[in-house]
Design a protein around this ligand. Structure first.
Ligand SMILES: C[S@@+](CC[C@H](N)C(=O)[O-])C[C@H]1O[C@@H](n2cnc3c(N)ncnc32)[C@H](O)[C@@H]1O
Length: 221
């Protein structure tokens, strides 16, 4: 069994208090403590845009460069060595590819009556491995309805649904109305990328909740 398949349960991490102590000191020296987001499968950066607006320093990782607007690491997350990035992150957002999970919920007639094979969970397992490695204060994994039966064993119970976005992880309570409609996008070559992009109201609402919760943690330490 490969290292990536050895799933480590998320739990407390000793160095966490040192990390927050350093942040608290930087704040008492007059600086605004830097809060950091790692955006896995970042694509066009839908998650990062909202977090950046709330003052987060953003780093994205993706196998393609489709115009991520902040620091981009080009890498295959199925094989990426997380030890190569020696940094701490307060929040990790991850939107692994959803195509295989989408297929599981399509009507059979759309698949020419063929049985749909079990989705490959390699990238979902890599996501959990990377979250375990960085052990952020908050993390969220986003996907489609078809991922629900497969993600529970990896990421625990489904935590929230906003429109067609299903969210797992550990994050503060937040409100977000699903007022956007991705189906109305114009038919252009970027449609698939735009459709998978996390809507700004969602990323901004989560970012605000994380920033507020992180501030409270810093003030309590
Ligand atoms: C659902 S989209 C993410 C959308 C993104 N959250 C946004 O707001 O624009 C999935 C992304 O996974 C990337 N991807 C697919 N396979 C990958 C791999 N093996 N390693 C890294 N990224 C990968 C794709 O390039 C795509 O950008």
């Amino acid at each position: 069994m490969g290292l990536r398949n050895q799933l480590i349960p998320l739990g407390p991490k000793g160095e966490e208090s040192v990390y927050y102590e350093q942040k608290r000191r930087s704040r008492s020296r007059g600086g605004r403590p830097e809060v950091k987001l790692l955006d896995l499968f970042c694509g066009m950066g839908g998650w990062s845009v909202g977090f950046h607006r709330e003052g987060f320093d953003c780093t994205g990782i993706d196998v393609h460069d489709v115009g991520y607007p902040y620091r981009l690491i080009l890498a295959d997350l199925g094989t990426w060595d997380s030890a190569s990035l020696q940094e701490d992150f307060d929040v990790i957002c991850a939107s692994p590819p959803c195509i295989e999970f989408t297929k599981t919920t399509l009507p059979k007639s759309w698949n020419k009556g063929k049985e749909v094979s079990r989705p490959d969970l390699t990238l979902a397992k890599s996501t959990l491995y990377i979250v375990n490695h960085f052990h952020p204060k908050f993390w969220v994994v986003e996907n489609v309805r078809g991922a629900v039966p497969y993600f529970q064993d990896l990421f625990g119970e489904l935590k929230k649904k906003v429109g067609s976005r299903y969210l797992w992880g550990h994050f503060p309570i937040f409100d977000c109305e699903a007022t956007y409609d991705k189906w109305r996008l114009p038919p252009n070559p970027d449609r698939a990328w735009l459709r998978s992009k996390i809507p700004y109201p969602l990323s901004r609402s989560l970012a605000l909740a994380c920033r507020t919760a992180l501030k409270q943690i810093l003030e309590a330490t």
